[in-house]
Structure formats: structure tokens, C-alpha cells
Design a protein around this ligand. Structure first.
Ligand code: COA
Length: 336
């Protein structure tokens, strides 16, 4: 971006997960599976799920409050809210509008959702970067939240083992010291392979016209197809992102990837030549939390001290669409 554009500072990050834990052993009550099968293929041991009326809005609200607190900002400081979700609990109102109301943010502040599945946070950050760069908005709240446990087909053992619920949030603002915390960012999509992961919400025709057979409910996924596509493109993509930024893998302190499958994470890790302590993984405890996955991994690892601040990280994700993307970011002191 040109020199007259305003740089972005990541001011705060936060996360939230529901309390209920479902272990792999618990899943054996639903279908024929085992902890060994799930763990060796995915790296997942357990996941969190919403219960009762709790949903992605509730999780997103808590993550947003945490991120605001870390950013030392009040809700009234925010001038734009963007929420990213693979499947919001309501198609409307948007999650962002719900969160605006819960935080008591002025009606003068626009709020909208984007759908880029598990790449949602990177898409949202890319949008926020452009808004901040242009001077159009200054303090932007990004919320990435999903309640996959409501959307999987719990009779389908090949998909329901993978997903969990959670939320992550990020407050970004116009940088006042000239340093841009988004060193590089890139987003991609390929709609021609959209049938690899689908979740239909197609309703019914008007009763006065010809009817049709609605698509099956719940997340439908070609697991092998997704795996093959992502394992083929992602390691190379992340490497290119770093090279195109004029950097080398060793210039970056951490890899914070989307938590979908430990073997995909390891393929990226291997390509970058990173030791385990440079790679953030929490898939074991949360499974795939879709849009929440990257900010949840970021905020939790910083909070636990596994990621030190005053460092840099490469974020990368992929998901339904298919979408994928990556960002190289600075993690300043005080963001969590
Ligand atoms: N427990 C036990 N057996 C299971 C099982 C489970 N939970 N799920 C599937 N199986 C069985 C299948 O029925 C099949 O049996 P068969 O050989 O008798 O037909 C066998 O295990 C192999 O199934 P398959 O689907 O080929 O397994 P896989 O090795 O491809 O692993 C995934 C499945 C889902 C773990 C893997 O494909 C994957 O992780 N893909 C990526 C998905 C992803 O990341 N999605 C999110 C994108 S954001």
C-alpha cells in the first residue's frame, strides 16, 4: 500500500469458549468410533459445545468484551463492527448487529457480517485494513464466532468428530506511530470447488409453484477432498506469502494456523522449517471452531504465555467456499 495510507495497529484480542466439554470417548455413545481413530487422524481429543440457549452471539459478545478490555477501549470508541461466521444463528439480524446492541454501541455505528467460513477472520482483517488505510473508520471491532455443534449432523461420524464451538475477537485501530501491524495480508477463493464443504439453508418454494427436493440438512463435507486440496495448496501458499512480503520464514516468530487437522498444520510447519515451539496448536482441546479458530488460537496462546509479545506471526486459514488466506502480523505488548 502507498505511503499516504493510514497504518493499522492491533490493539487487543480476546476469546471465549462454552463450558461443556465433549471428549472423543463421549462420542462413542453416539456412534462406532474411538479416541484412537479420531486423535491419530485429526489431533482432536475434545471439543466445547454450546448448551441450552447459548449460541455464537453469546460467545462472540464475551470475546468482544475481552478484546475491548485488552485494547483499553470502551464500546463507544468503536466506529465499525464486522462479524465473521460460517453460519450465524440468525441469517438476520447479523451477529454484528446483535453484538452492537449487547455492547450498547451507538446506532451511528455500522455493523455487518461476512461469510468466508474458517478464513473469516483473515477476510475481516483485510476489510478492516482497507477501511483504516483510507481513513474511513478508526477503531474497528472484529468478532469471529461459530456454533458448529448446532450445524453438524450428529449421526455423521466423519464430520461431527471435527467441529467445536468458540469465538475470538480483535480490536484494530489507526496506528499512531507509523508502524503497521499487518505486514502482509492476502485472501483467495475458488467457488468451483464449493461442493467440498456445504451447509444448505435453501428453504421451500412458494406453495403455488413446482416444489423441489430440498438439500439434506447439516454440514456435508468431502473430508478426503478437502484434505487433498488444502495439503496441496496451503504450505506453498504460506511460503509465497512470506516471500512476497520480502521476508524469510525464519524472520517470523510464530505460525498461528486454522485448527482443522493437525496433519495439515504439520505440513505447513514442515514447509516453513519451524520447531514445535513456534507453532500454535490448540486443536486437541477445541477441534475446528471455524471462523473463531485463528483468533481463539492467537488470544489463548498469548494469554497462556505460549506466544510472547513484541513478536511477529503468520496466520493462515482455509474453509468452505473454498476460501483461504494468510496474514503476517505484529503482536505488540499489551494486546492480551
Ligand atoms: N470413527 C471411526 N471410523 C470412521 C470415522 C470415525 N469417526 N469416520 C469415518 N470412519 C471410517 C470410514 O467409514 C471409513 O471406513 P471404510 O474404509 O470401512 O469405508 C474409514 O474410516 C476411512 O474414512 P475416510 O473418510 O476415508 O477417513 P480419512 O482418513 O479421510 O479421515 C477425516 C477423515 C475427516 C479425518 C479427514 O479426511 C480430514 O481431516 N479431512 C479434512 C477435513 C477438514 O479439515 N475440514 C474442515 C475444513 S475447514
Amino acid at each position: 500500500m502507498g505511503n499516504n495510507l493510514i497504518p493499522l495497529r492491533i490493539a487487543g484480542v480476546g476469546y471465549s469458549v462454552p463450558d461443556a466439554v465433549i471428549t472423543n470417548d463421549d462420542l462413542t455413545k453416539l456412534y462406532d468410533t474411538s479416541d484412537e481413530w479420531i486423535y491419530t487422524r485429526t489431533g482432536i481429543k475434545e471439543r466445547r459445545v454450546v448448551s441450552g440457549e447459548e449460541n455464537a452471539v453469546d460467545l462472540g459478545f464475551v470475546a468482544a468484551k475481552n478484546a475491548l478490555e485488552k485494547a483499553k477501549m470502551l464500546p463507544e470508541d468503536i466506529d465499525l463492527i464486522i462479524a465473521a461466521s460460517s453460519a450465524p444463528p440468525d441469517l438476520y439480524p447479523a451477529i454484528a448487529c446483535h453484538i452492537q446492541a449487547r455492547l450498547g454501541i451507538s446506532t451511528q455505528v455500522p455493523a455487518f457480517d461476512i461469510t468466508a467460513a474458517c478464513t473469516g477472520l483473515i477476510y475481516a482483517l483485510s476489510i478492516a485494513k482497507a477501511y483504516i488505510a483510507s481513513g474511513m473508520y478508526k477503531n474497528i471491532l472484529l468478532v469471529a464466532t461459530d456454533n458448529n455443534s448446532r450445524l453438524v449432523n450428529w449421526e455423521d461420524r466423519s464430520t461431527s468428530i471435527l467441529f467445536g464451538d468458540g469465538a475470538g475477537a480483535m480490536v484494530v485501530t489507526a496506528s499512531e506511530d507509523g508502524v503497521d501491524d499487518v505486514i502482509a495480508i492476502d485472501i483467495k477463493s475458488d467457488g468451483s470447488i464449493g461442493d467440498l464443504i456445504e451447509l444448505s439453508f435453501d428453504g421451500k418454494n412458494c406453495p403455488l409453484v413446482e416444489q423441489y427436493e430440498p438439500k439434506p440438512q447439516g454440514i456435508r463435507m468431502n473430508g478426503k477432498g478437502v484434505y487433498a486440496f488444502v495439503a496441496k495448496i496451503l504450505p506453498h501458499y504460506v511460503e509465497n506469502l512470506i516471500t512476497n512480503a520480502g521476508m524469510k520464514a525464519e524472520d517470523i516468530d510464530y505460525l498461528i494456523p486454522h485448527q482443522a487437522n493437525i496433519r495439515i498444520i504439520q505440513a505447513v510447519q514442515e514447509r516453513l522449517g519451524y520447531s514445535d515451539d513456534k507453532v500454535v496448536t490448540n486443536i486437541k482441546y477445541y477441534g475446528n471452531t471455524s471462523a473463531a479458530s485463528i483468533p481463539l488460537a492467537l488470544a489463548e496462546s498469548v494469554e497462556k504465555g505460549n506466544v510472547k509479545l513484541g513478536t511477529t506471526a503468520v496466520l493462515c486459514g482455509f474453509g468452505a467456499g473454498m476460501t483461504w488466506g494468510g496474514a503476517i502480523v505484529r503482536l505488540r505488548e499489551g494486546i492480551c
